[in-house]
Every structure is written in C-alpha cells, then in structure tokens.
Design a protein around this ligand. Structure first.
Ligand code: DX5
Ligand code: ZN
Length: 222
C-alpha cells in the first residue's frame, strides 16, 4: 500500500518545505495542468526541476496537459521516477511508455471518470501503473466518485489474471472516509491531496491512511 501526497493543496510559495512535512510519503504526486486539457493552470518544467533538487523522494508527475507525447519525456529527463499521462490526451501511448522507460522512468496511464478500462487493456503489458481518476481532473478537494470503483475491480481482475506487475492508483477525493472502498476494489496506491495538506499534521495523516489501507482486510487482488 503506497500513499502519495499531492502537493496541489500545499502552499505553492514553499513547496520544498511542504514536501519535507510528509517524510512518511512513498512518493510525491505533482499535478501539472495546462489550462487546456483541464480548466486550471498549476506548474510545469521549471518548478519540477526545482522540486527534483528539493527532495530525494520518488516523484510521480501527473500530466493533465495536451500533447503529453511531447512533454512526458522531458519530466523523465529531469529525474522524475514516474510520469503519468492521460489516455484521453495521448496520441501514441505505447511509443510514449517505451520512451519513458528508455529514460529510466515508470510509465503510468490515467483514465478520467468517464473513460472505460478498455482504452488501456490492449497495452497493459507496456505500463507500470494505471491511475483511475475518482474526480474530474482539474482541482483538489472534490468529492470522491464511487462510480469509478467497478473500473478498479475490472483492472485488478485483468492484472491478476495475466499476472502483471502493475500498480493501480486512485486519484481524487481519497481520505479516511473513502480509502477502504478503494482498497476493497483493488487499488494499491493512493493519491491524497487535501486530506493530507489541509490537516495540522500531514505526516500523521499519511501514516493513518496507510494503516487503514493495510488493515482493512481486503487487500489488493481480492
Ligand atoms: C485532481 C488532481 C489530484 C488532486 C487530488 O485533478 O489530479 O491529484 O490533487 O486532490 P484531493 O485529494 O484533494 O482530491
Ligand atoms: Zn493528480
């Protein structure tokens, strides 16, 4: 069970210090938005370059942008260990996954709430993680959408049936109230933004989320 805090709801004037507040995090989730693929604008290459120098933690760069084919490899070159691109935006997902691998990064594909699992089944063997969005991407602090849970179940079934080593990540509205449902469905990696950074003790929340996920008796694959 991996907990990856999203810094979208952290203080953007002091991101390095904010990351230092979650030493228990398994990775840091960085939401890159371009105001075209989603109706919000956040950060890009120069900020991620600085974040790379500020932390040794695994970085997962979630690209909510048009033309990930062009930009995703740049983040891998900067030293991000994982780059997540959207299936709704990419032109050549297999070529892009291979380009990320060639640059030493994990390749992750994200699905918006209305996008079916069938969009990625043909090339599951090429990727390292599927990110199932449990909100429409663009903003932190939105309510978790239960309607995506059948997709997580389907993905978990396929991954287990084919004995693949692929992480299933849930992104959006993950909290102490919703994480058990995600685990039950088969997710093993959890982005949490507002749940973590809107508390007084973000690291305690990371540990609490992991404890709930690990102990709800319904681990990934069931
Ligand atoms: C939404 C982003 C998420 C978001 C999660 O567009 O991709 O990563 O930051 O934030 P919470 O946990 O507040 O939904
Ligand atoms: Zn995200």
């Amino acid at each position: 069970m991996r907990i990856t805090p999203s810094i979208l709801n952290a203080d953007f004037a002091r991101l390095g210090a904010e990351i230092a507040r979650v030493p228990s995090a398994d990775a840091i989730h960085v939401d890159v938005m371009d105001n075209h693929f989603v109706p919000n604008l956040t950060m890009g290459v120069p900020v991620v370059e600085s974040l790379r120098k500020a932390t040794a933690k695994m970085l997962d760069i979630h690209l909510m942008i048009e033309d990930p084919d062009r930009w995703a490899p740049v983040y891998a070159e900067l030293g991000a260990e994982s780059v997540t691109f959207h299936i709704e935006a990419v032109t050549a997902p297999v070529r892009l996954a291979r380009a990320l691998h060639a640059k030493g990064a994990r390749a992750s594909v994200a699905l918006n709430p209305g996008t079916p699992v069938e969009m990625v089944t043909a090339f599951l063997g090429e990727i390292d993680m599927v990110t199932v969005m449990s909100v429409e991407p663009g903003f932190g602090g939105q309510s978790f959408m239960d309607l995506v849970l059948p997709k997580v179940r389907e993905l978990r079934r396929l991954i287990n049936a084919e004995n693949l080593d692929i992480w299933v990540q849930m992104d959006g509205g993950v909290s102490v109230e919703t994480i058990e449902r995600c685990v039950e469905a088969g997710a093993d990696t959890f982005v949490a933004g507002s749940a973590v950074f809107k508390t007084d003790d973000p690291d305690q929340m990371v540990r609490q989320l992991r404890t709930i996920a690990a102990s709800c008796g319904c681990g990934a694959g069931k």
